[in-house]
Design a protein around this ligand. Structure first.
Ligand code: ADQ
Length: 764
């Protein structure tokens, strides 16, 4: 860096000096020319007035007059001498010191008399630089009768030029000093300092010490480098943290699932097979904002879980391209390599028309299947046109997958969710050698409920094309097997949880989904305790309260948000001492707003919050704060850490990740979870206060129990729940699912299926 600074300084100094010298040289030359012209002019004027008088004296032979004249003029400024000569160049009157014997001067006089004209020149007189003017003298008849010489000393011009050069050199010296100082400062501020801080950061990362990431301004100059280094550093940090956790757990004879372990596990399980994931929502969305394309990752546990697997085996994710700049970022085959900062796998986008999206996604999936599978007393709407779109879109995804899979020997396909019930069969019919699993993220209803669906047989048959169907909990598996048993020609094997239909065997197993469990708080969040976080959150909201509850949901009628608000109301009624003290914050992301029922529900939630607030509100306290927007992960986690109690009161929920996120966020082992018994999570998190959300009064009592809970009991409960979530995290879920799928023998017979010692038994 020092050499660079010096090089920069020397180069700048040489450059600036050369430019200064060149421009000064021109300036000096111009000044010199001006002074010379000025002298020439002065000599001419003097010569003229001298000649006029000298001619009179010559005409009258007045020698004394001539002498007086010469003496009179001889003390002019810079004048070196004056001489009056006869026609034969003989000196008539000459000031002392003017040596006319020098050939240069006598020649000028001779030429001037001979040619009858003024001649001037700059020349040397001994060691002096002089200006000489030779002019002819005329008689009354205009004939040349002699000549004069006017000699000026030009030394003053040299002195002036010297003074100018001195000023130039002083100016250049000052410039050099200023440039050197500014360069040194810039190098230090923008280069040496940031590079040193980045180096310290990287060294701390390398040596595993506490590393504080330098400020964004430090990366400004080093942006291209930082773009590469930052993910590298982060993955190093993650790898190191994972290694530490692994080592710790190995000692304790346990093994926590991490992204690295999952990647390794999947590589081993897949052997040389390629992995294909299908979901409706894509992991990267390209959108156009202010003339530039930005990429966002939708907040979803699925991306967290699936991405390491796809990265590990360079797989392909097929999804609906929903971003408005998606089409312009893919290649000719609708593919794009992701993650953008370090491309490791392929995202294949499938395009849907507006009608298709309306019919397949909003219509059949969300107005038909969603209420069909959730017991939340919303009537499913089945339209034949929606069903057709649902069928077509499943077919479209099947076509895209077949294109992607072409030529692969043992492809493994993992399909996500209720948007693709028909896809497993469509795939298997064309690719019988593919291993196909579908994971159903929502509950499966009882056979009696499912039977109302006009396309019940087609849906079941489509699903049974898969080799493996995953649900969150055992009871959903049981409901599914019961439904198949009742509706389709098939053989259900209750011992091995499988269905045999037309010689094809489908395993139906529970894989409870989870969240990423990080042992460490993000660096930025280490500073505040939950109490401080609470004060900060309340201050930001302009609210005064002592106790805080939180709920985080899409504003969906299955999430029991109205019942939750009513439970808060009941609690405040029964425990008035908590009025002005307990505030419940509902973070509610608007969802599926194009569906009438959802738009209505959104208004109902707002109205209920307003009603309860109007009833109890006092000063700067309000019982309910409804924050109706999508928050980023960091914001949501702040609320989790700030809240005394988290309420999950779904009327029916496949799993519910919010419950697990709250537990994972409570590094301080504080906080109480109130959890609906109708969530999949309630089968795992026994230390939550389990409630029936339809029983509003009992849920209100649960709030009182949570707020009064003894710290040691709270800690015990939270510790046990954290242990469970930590052990069964999102990586464990993905590893179990892929492991089970790879373990199945295609066209297997249940009696010959090998037991997998590593297979996760998630008996729920
Ligand atoms: P969802 O019905 O979407 O998922 P859930 O499991 O609770 O429900 O997950 C919601 C996710 O969205 C959570 O990660 C939560 O933090 C986030 N979220 C909700 N509101 C938010 C907001 N306002 N701002 C930011 N983030 C918000 C379906 C099933 C579930 C099943 C999951 C996973 O219905 O039962 O658990 O899939 O399989």
């Amino acid at each position: 860096m020092r050499i660079l600074s010096w090089r920069l300084i020397v180069a700048l100094i040489i450059g600036v000096s050369l430019v200064s010298l060149a421009s000064s040289w021109y300036e000096v030359q111009a000044q010199k020319d001006a002074l010379r012209r000025d002298l020439d002019h002065k000599a001419e004027t003097l010569g003229e007035s001298l000649a006029g008088t000298a001619e009179l004296y010559l005409a009258t032979q007045d020698h004394a007059g001539l002498e007086q004249l010469v003496e009179h003029f001889s003390n002019r400024e810079h004048l070196a001498g004056i001489g009056v000569y006869g026609r034969d160049q003989s000196a008539l009157v000459v000031t002392p010191g003017l040596n006319t014997s020098l050939p240069g001067i006598t020649q000028l006089l001779k030429d001037s008399i001979r040619d009858n004209r003024n001649i001037s020149a700059f020349t040397r007189l001994r060691f002096k630089r002089v200006h000489v003017l030779a002019a002819p003298l005329h008689g009354t008849d205009k004939t040349v009768i002699g000549g004069i010489l006017v000699v000026h000393d030009t030394g003053y011009i040299r002195t002036e030029i010297f003074r100018i050069w001195s000023r130039v050199f002083v100016r250049i010296a000052i410039q050099v000093l200023v440039i050197a100082a500014i360069t040194l400062l810039i190098v230090r501020w923008s280069l040496t300092g940031p590079v040193a801080r980045v180096a310290v950061w990287m060294r701390a990362l390398r040596t595993g010490q506490h590393a504080v990431r330098p400020a964004a301004t430090d990366f400004d100059f080093l942006f291209p480098l930082a773009r590469e280094v930052a993910p590298l550093a982060e993955s190093m940090q993650r790898a190191r943290a994972a290694a530490v956790v692994e080592a710790g757990l190995r000692n304790a004879n346990e093994s926590q699932w991490t992204a690295e372990r999952l990647a390794d596990h999947v590589r081993n399980r897949l052997g040389g097979s390629s992995l294909f994931v299908v979901s409706n929502r894509e992991p990267y969305i390209h959108s156009r904002r202010d003339n530039s394309v930005t990429v966002t990752v939708p907040a979803s546990g699925l991306v967290t879980a699936i991405e390491p697997i796809l990265c590990a085996c360079n797989g392909t994710w097929v999804a609906h391209g929903s971003g408005d700049a998606d089409a312009e970022t893919v290649d000719a085959h609708d593919r794009i390599k992701v993650p953008p900062e370090e491309p490791r796998y392929t995202l294949r986008r499938v395009w849907l028309s507006r009608e298709q999206e309306e019919g397949y996604y909003y219509g059949f999936a969300n107005e038909g299947l969603w209420p069909l599978c959730h017991i939340a007393h919303a009537r499913p709407i089945f339209r034949a046109s929606d069903w057709e779109h649902y069928y077509d879109v499943n077919q479209k995804f099947a076509d895209a997958l077949i294109q992607e899979i072409a030529g692969q020997e043992n492809p493994v396909v993992l399909i996500q969710d209720y948007h693709f019930a028909l896809l497993p069969r469509m795939l298997k019919e064309r690719l019988p050698h593919a291993r196909v699993a579908i994971f159903w993220h929502i509950p499966w209803p009882t056979p009696e409920s499912f039977e109302i669906c006009p396309w019940q047989r087609e849906l079941l048959d489509g699903l049974l094309g898969a080799d493996l169907i995953g649900f969150h909990v055992r009871s959903h598996c049981n409901n599914f097997l019961n439904t198949v048993d009742r509706i389709l020609e098939s053989r259900v094997d209750w011992e091995h949880f499988s269905v045999k239909r037309k010689d094809h065997l489908t395993s139906v197993l529970p894989f409870p989904i989870s969240v990423e469990f990080s042992g460490d708080l993000p660096e930025a969040d280490r500073e505040l305790t939950s109490g401080e976080e609470r004060s900060a959150v309340l201050a930001e909201l302009g609210i005064e309260a002592t106790f805080l509850g939180v709920g985080v949901d899409r504003v969906d009628y299955t999430k029991g948000i109205l019942e939750r608000f009513q439970a808060v109301e009941s609690f405040l009624e029964r425990y008035p001492s908590y009025q002005s003290k307990f505030t419940f914050i509902q973070i509610g992301a608007p969802t599926r707003s194009r569906i009438k029922r959802y738009a209505e529900f959104q208004s109902e939630v707002e109205a209920e919050a307003n009603r309860i607030n109007a009833r109890f509100k006092r000063g700067r306290w309000r019982p309910i704060v409804f924050l109706n927007r999508q928050h980023d992960r960091h914001e949501v986690e702040r609320y989790y850490r700030a809240a005394h109690v988290c309420m999950v009161t779904s009327l029916h929920d496949g799993m519910n990740l919010v419950a697990k996120e709250y537990v994972a966020a409570r590094h301080d082992e504080r906080g109480v979870l109130i959890l609906s018994r109708f969530t999949g999570a309630a089968r795992e998190l026994h230390d939550a206060i389990i409630v029936n959300p339809y029983d509003v009064m009992a849920t209100g009592e649960a709030i009182a129990q949570a707020l009064k809970m003894d710290v040691s009991e709270m800690g015990e409960r939270m510790r046990r729940m954290r242990r469970s979530v930590k052990e069964h995290n999102i990586y464990w879920w993905a590893g179990s699912l892929i492991g089970a799928l790879c373990e199945l023998r295609l066209e297997q017979n249940p009696d010959t299926r090998r037991a997998d010692p590593d297979r996760v038994s998630a008996e729920m």
